[in-house]
Ligand binder design. Structure first.
Ligand code: SF4
Length: 190
């Protein structure tokens, strides 16, 4: 199954209760052959209206972060743990995340990224384990069984709420850039 087919298949998904309040399923966007995937929590109001991930203020910050490491959202692939907006932007429940994660895992299988950036606690706890803490694990490389390098960092929305998180996020993305350039065979900037 291709990424396009998968996107079409989940447009009418009712596997969890989030189906009831959504306007649009937010499948993901970017390069289907991206070497880097960024995974956030779930759609917010703007994303739910447009059907695209990270298009609100947090998304604009993510674009600036990517630009700072010489990337655009067309080169990477952006997705979320849940594809439908939780009411009032609450954190998705474990059951909602578990219902939706098979789609994300299929996206990862199809895209085959070399690097996955986990944006925030929801992505970290659902992909790594419920005991994982973003404050302790951000900035450190993990590796999946299939050899994908995984970097947890703060969600851009958390950076907007707390400017003290800007520096750690910048440091994390410098590490990400270094690894990205190494894995893609490009030369790091001086
Ligand atoms: S959040 Fe995921 S599992 Fe739940 S209805 Fe939407 S697409 Fe289906």
């Amino acid at each position: 199954m291709s990424l396009e087919q998968l996107a079409l298949d989940i447009q009418h998904c009712t596997r969890c209760g989030l189906a009831q309040g959504r306007n649009k399923v937010v499948f993901g966007m970017g390069n289907p052959a991206a070497r880097m995937m960024l995974i956030g929590e779930g759609p917010g109001k703007d994303e739910d209206e447009q059907g695209l991930p990270f298009v609100g203020r947090a998304g604009q910050l993510l674009d600036r972060i990517l630009a700072a490491i010489d990337l655009t959202r067309r080169e990477v692939y952006i997705a979320n743990v849940v594809k439908c907006r939780p009411p009032n932007n609450r954190v998705p429940t474990r059951a909602e995340a578990q219902a939706c994660l098979p789609y994300l895992y299929r996206q990862i299988e199809l895209i085959k990224p070399a690097i996955i950036v986990l944006l925030g606690s929801t992505a970290l706890t659902n992909l790594i384990g419920p005991e994982a803490r973003i404050t302790k694990m951000r900035g450190q490389w993990l590796e999946s069984r299939s050899g994908i390098k995984i970097m947890p960092t703060y969600h851009p929305a958390a950076v907007l709420r707390d400017p003290n998180k800007r520096r750690p996020v910048w440091e994390d993305f410098q590490k990400i850039q270094e690894e990205y350039l190494r894995l893609t065979g490009k030369i790091a900037r001086e």
